[in-house]
Design a protein around this ligand. Structure first.
Ligand code: GLP
Length: 286
């Protein structure tokens, strides 16, 4: 696992967008696993900027989202289909037919889960899986005691997840109690995982996910098994890590990361090119 600590949420988010953009430029037919949540909104806003300013091309890629609420049709304002359409899909040149989410309104949920797994396999598997982390330590909606081998299936949402996401609904009762989610096993099969967490409220669960023992109580700990997983954090989310200085030193001395900061790849999303000078400034040597 690579742990990359950036000074603030904006720079961490820029870096994640750059990693996605670089992978997409290298392979226009990339199969991207996508996540939802508040943290991802700014990642998608940056990808939209990259598309508009630099022509980042989504036309040949395929996408698979992690999860969807059971009972919400894609037209519902709180469905993840609606979230994805409005935060990303309708603002870039992706072919909507190549964008996939589980259908939370399917009459047969088990059949829908099976269909989703088959579709991922038919597309050749996920190349790059973008991830957030819930306060319960979940990936997707893999709530506590999710099997670390689990596949796409229905899960009952935990009280922590409910209280984290209820404010997004008009009334708390409107929030579904169940969701379809890719399993932990499904996520671990992605060729690369890229997790972004920002903010002080994630610090405790991030430390447990990265440095704690692997447990089905915190599905994000399963990422410790993944051969190519990058975790990008801001200082606030990294504030409880025991080995933060070690991770900073590795990143500072890792030449291949230069590619995320050189001018041909980086956007200057905030109006200025991201160059090696900026890199020196944003990374604190230890
Ligand atoms: C939801 C999603 C998760 C996501 C989490 C984080 O629960 N199902 O995939 O990681 O939100 O949300 P936020 O970024 O709002 O903290």
């Amino acid at each position: 696992m690579e742990v990359v600590i950036q000074p603030n949420a904006d720079i961490a988010t820029d870096l994640v967008a750059q990693v996605i953009a670089n992978e997409l430029r290298a392979n226009p037919r990339l199969v991207i696993g996508l996540a939802t949540g508040r943290t991802m909104e700014s990642v998608y806003a940056r990808l939209v900027q990259l598309h508009r300013k630099e022509g980042l091309d989504f036309s040949a890629c395929h996408t698979f989202n992690l999860d969807e609420y059971v009972g919400l049709p894609g037209s519902h304002r709180n469905s993840y289909r609606h979230y994805m359409n409005h935060n990303l899909f309708l603002n870039v040149n992706v072919d909507l037919r190549n964008t996939h989410l589980p259908n939370g309104a399917a009459p047969d949920i088990d059949a829908e889960c099976e269909r989703y797994e088959k579709l991922i396999a038919q597309c050749g598997g996920i190349d790059l899986q973008l991830l957030g982390i819930g306060l319960a330590g979940h990936l997707g909606f893999n709530e506590p005691v999710s099997s670390l081998h689990s596949r796409t299936r229905i899960k009952v949402l935990s009280p922590v997840t409910r209280s984290q996401n209820e404010p997004l609904f008009t009334t708390p009762d409107e929030m579904p109690r169940r969701a379809i989610t890719m399993g932990v096993g499904t996520i671990l099969e992605a060729r690369r995982c890229l997790l972004l967490a920002t903010g002080e409220d994630k610090a405790e669960i991030v430390a447990r996910a990265i440095e704690g023992p692997v447990t089905s109580m915190i599905s994000a700990t399963a990422l410790q098994f993944h051969p190519h997983c990058t975790v990008v954090l801001d200082e606030a989310a990294a504030s409880r890590l025991q080995e933060a200085d070690y991770y900073r030193w590795i990143f500072e001395n890792e030449p291949q990361w230069q590619s995320c900061f050189n001018e041909s790849n980086a956007s200057g999303l905030n109006g200025s090119p991201v160059n090696s000078k900026r890199r020196k400034r944003v990374i604190t040597p230890v």
